[in-house]
Design a protein around this ligand. Structure first.
Ligand SMILES: [Zn+2]
Length: 270
């Protein structure tokens, strides 16, 4: 069975030479100007491998409406004014048809991928918006390039941007991205960002917590990845997300988009 999940992990690159500072003050040796190019290369690899990543076409049937629905969530998050790289990154979203995989991930530079298994699992638009905010947070804080630099080395990443890498490296890179291990600190930061982004969107700003609450209630569900019990503990994540919402003073009331969310699922035959 595939390793079913998202909220995975990375340690910060602690290299001290030739590094640059992100807008949020963290150090990342990979230049931010290259994030989009790296993401575009990995994204192209994903789109060229339908056996591994069966992407739902952008048009045909109700597909356009389904993508419009996700793009509207992305647009609301972008309109929060809380993204450091709102204009620099791509922020494009695609859906992967795999009803059994509870996953979503985002490449450097903002190419977002959501599995139908995750959409099917979620009960509320607010949960989905919360998870998307979390994934966009990883890209906006450049956690993904931190982690990829750790896993592959900065030269390999730069070779990809320069078109000097092999197809095999890109294949490996894409696979690594879908199960990237982020540090606990990165996960907490992405959770916090989700709350920041959703405030004022009309979605419950703690929407991501609702997702974890469902995972906790479903503790015996074999699709729930084991690492969620420790990385960080989901109870702690739920508490931290609600605490952040209280600090932000943002609304935790669920949006009234029930019928739209049901339509969205129906459009995807979920
Ligand atoms: Zn995460």
């Amino acid at each position: 069975m595939k390793n079913n999940f998202i909220f995975l992990a990375a340690t910060l690159s602690v290299l001290s030479f030739n590094s640059c500072t992100d807008k949020d003050g963290s150090i990342n040796i990979f230049p931010v100007s290259k994030d989009m190019e790296l993401g575009a290369q990995v994204s192209a690899q994903i789109e060229s491998d339908p056996a591994t990543y069966p992407l739902i076409p952008l048009t045909g049937g109700n597909n356009a409406r389904a993508h419009d629905y996700l793009n509207a969530i992305v647009d609301k998050i972008k309109a929060s004014g809380k993204l450091d790289y709102k204009d620099e990154f791509a922020w494009k979203v695609r859906i992967i048809r795999d009803d059994n995989t509870l996953n979503a991930f985002c490449t450097p530079g903002g190419y977002i991928y959501v599995y139908t298994g995750l959409i099917k699992y979620l009960d509320k638009a607010d949960h989905l918006a919360g998870v998307m905010g979390h994934e966009m947070g990883h890209a906006d804080h450049r956690h993904s390039t931190d982690a990829m630099t750790r896993d592959f080395g900065v030269q390999t990443l730069l070779d990809i941007v320069l078109g000097k890498s092999s197809q095999g490296t890109l294949v490996q890179m894409a696979a690594n991205l879908a199960s990237l291990k982020y540090s606990r600190g990165n996960e907490s930061e992405a959770d916090d960002s989700s709350v920041d982004y959703l405030g004022g969107t009309g979605y419950a700003c703690s929407g991501a917590a609702g997702f974890f609450e469902k995972l906790i209630a479903d503790g015996q569900n074999p699709q729930v990845p084991q690492f969620l019990s420790t990385h960080p503990n989901p109870d702690n994540r739920v508490a931290a997300i609600h605490a952040k919402a209280t600090v932000n003073g943002c609304s935790e009331t669920y949006s009234s988009g029930e019928s739209d969310f049901a339509q969205f699922k129906s459009d995807l035959n979920l």
